[in-house]
Design a protein around this ligand. Sequence first.
Ligand SMILES: *[C@@H]1O[C@H](CO)[C@@H](O)[C@H](O)[C@H]1NC(C)=O
Ligand SMILES: *[C@@H]1O[C@H](CO)[C@@H](O)[C@H](O)[C@H]1NC(C)=O
Length: 365
Amino acid sequence: MATETSSRSSVKPLPRSGILLRSSLITIFGIISALTFQSIVKPPPPKLCGSPGGPPITAPRIKLRDGRNLAYKEHGVPREKARRKVIFIHGSNCCRHDAIYATLLSPDLVEELGVYIVSFDRPGYGESDPDPNRTPKSLALDIEELADQLSLGSKFYVIGYSMGGQATWGCVKYIPHRLAGVTLVAPVVNYWWKSLPSNVSNEGFNLQPKRDQWAVRVAHYAPWLMYWWNTQKWFPGSSVASGDYSILSQSDKDIILKLGSSRKPYWDEVMPQGKHESVNRDAIVGFGSWEFDPVELEDPFLNGNGSVHLWQGDEDMLVPVTMQRYIAEKLPWVQYHEVAGSGHFLHFAEGMVDDVVKTLLSTDA
Ligand SMILES: *[C@@H]1O[C@H](CO)[C@@H](O)[C@H](O)[C@H]1NC(C)=O
Ligand SMILES: *[C@@H]1O[C@H](CO)[C@@H](O)[C@H](O)[C@H]1NC(C)=O
């Protein structure tokens, strides 16, 4: 009892100035940690091409409706002579140089079909300005503007690969009247598309390595944390963003090993403006909340005035084949081509690109 009283009395009440000092210290500490947190979490501003200290502008570019520049690259027969015009949409960690459905197309087929292909840097990649407001819709409108500024005519084909799927589905939804035909190759599926049954999306999600499950969750639930997530060193960030290929199928690993650095001699030109508005933004858009659900899209070609194709390797470890099968079944107007023994890099198989392009272009609008 005595001890208690004495110990209690030994705690001197803080003078008023002490309380004030303590609360202001707490406030200051709070402000400093908030600022530090902000500076860690907030991505550095992208280094715009052509800005002082930024990467140079080397590609032709068009100016879009909101003042952004979009860089492009032309392939195949000259635009004026072309009988068929295609816009190619690249995947994550890629740029206009990765126009695989142009560069791997046989020259004979290019002539025979009279095909012109234009690839472009998706916003934030290569020499295209970033678009922090990017959505599947804004991408579709970028594509329409590219077609119009290059005078591709009232209709054109689109081919979209992997993360380019967000723009390709966007085209089907928002600019169907401009399309002559559509091909999606291993398009990334969003686990949060509303009409995917939860058992189908859970199964696909659980096939992903833990690190990618987390990255995809961050992209969906806390996109503001995405930059930090993919730069911090405590947990492994997304394998795509960190260029980790260990998760790929054996067929994909073999391709990477065989091609080595010849696969991307232009690697420095892929993300010269930084990773946030390119590869991180891809995930934020790709796994975000969409205002439409591809699984509920209507056939854009009711008259048979075009066709939609979806190609998918059954050993793709990045995009689960089970989910793609579900989507193909729900959309009977999508012609589904499953390639046995192929992974995410299916286009490197002999003759594959010719097949994909010929299949699309053989249905004339
Ligand atoms: C194809 O034909 C249908 C039905 O006439 C039409 O509604 C649609 O706009 C056409 N699609 C294209 C891409 O022209
Ligand atoms: C999901 O559930 C439905 C209905 O219960 C079932 O028919 C289907 O096979 C299941 N799919 C998967 C991938 O588990």
